[in-house]
Design a protein around this ligand. Structure first.
Ligand code: GAR
Length: 201
């Protein structure tokens, strides 16, 4: 099984979904550490309750982005992490950090990329008037929300939707989408090559 660290900033429902999925005997990854960049990230307690090493490495406690990332790198190395999953990790990483993990770091984004990069994706979708929305799991590359796509799931936009109702519908498909995508990466069935995802079965 591949050793996976999950980086979070908040409640960690996607993190929890990965932890649950990884309990299956035939799942190709195990979650070995959870790291939050905020001390009050709710997901830290959830991770501990599952018996997983959980670390708060608050960016506020470090003088520079570089110093914070060095601390995160140390924790990843100490955990023996082979794959990094960003799950609601709301902090941009330096090009150096991204490059160090290229092909081995994945992220979930709450839109059907390449539409609606960045923040407030559900507001962006409502504003654009799309009738289909969803989530994307992708390899992390230097451009924000631009890396090669591994998995996507679509949901309908319904009449009367608010950004909250839409966010809930998207979240309800994020969890299984992320668990499926991580399995593909951990098993080597989805590989990043020359800026594309190459799939095999
Ligand atoms: C999820 O909807 C995730 O897609 C989104 O934050 C939420 C985290 O929820 N990520 C981003 O917006 C990344 N820019 P969770 O903490 O319950 O998994």
């Amino acid at each position: 099984k591949k050793r996976v660290a999950v980086l979070i900033s908040g409640r960690g429902s996607n993190m929890t979904a990965l932890i649950e999925a990884a309990k299956a005997a035939d799942y190709p990854a195990e979650i070995v550490a959870v790291i939050a960049n905020k001390v009050d990230a709710g997901g830290l307690e959830t991770a501990k309750a599952h018996g997983i090493a959980a670390h708060a490495i608050a960016h506020r406690d470090y003088p520079t982005k570089q110093a914070h990332e060095a601390a995160v790198s140390d924790a990843l190395q100490a955990a023996g992490a082979e794959i990094v999953c960003l799950a609601g990790y709301m902090r941009l990483m330096s090009a150096e950090f991204v490059q160090a993990w290229e092909g081995r770091m994945i992220n979930i984004h709450p839109s059907l990329l390449p539409l609606f990069k960045g923040l407030h994706t559900h507001e962006q979708a409502l504003e654009a008037g799309v009738r289909v929305h969803g989530c994307t799991v992708h390899f992390v590359t230097a451009g924000m929300d631009e890396g090669p796509i591994i998995a996507q799931t679509a949901v309908p936009v319904l009449n009367g939707d608010t950004s909250d109702s839409l966010a809930l519908r998207v979240l309800s498909v994020e969890h299984e989408t992320y668990a499926r995508a991580l399995a593909q990466v951990a098993s080597g069935k989805a590989v990043m090559q020359a800026g594309r995802t190459v799939f095999s079965d």
